[in-house]
Design a protein. Structure first.
Length: 72
């Protein structure tokens, strides 16, 4: 049996990173914090082994990123 779970990682606040991973929105007029990346992992429930993982921008939801784990 396996499970899929996702999380966010804060990345360094550098221009080259912000081009790919934008900062989260803070209300209608701004952004806050650090750039964010989403990580979605496929894990074996019994052994807790990491079977596979995908990552990318937070503008795409966990369920969409999880489709990249189907081959595992």
């Amino acid at each position: 049996m396996c499970t899929v779970d996702g999380t966010h990682l804060m990345l360094p606040d550098e221009d080259k990173i912000k081009r790919v991973y934008p900062k989260p929105k803070a209300g209608p007029n701004g952004e806050s914090g650090y750039p964010d990346a989403r990580v979605v992992a496929l894990v074996a429930c019994g052994t807790r082994h990491l079977i596979g993982a995908v990552f990318g921008t937070t503008s795409i939801g966990e369920t969409t990123w999880a489709l990249g784990l189907l081959g595992h």
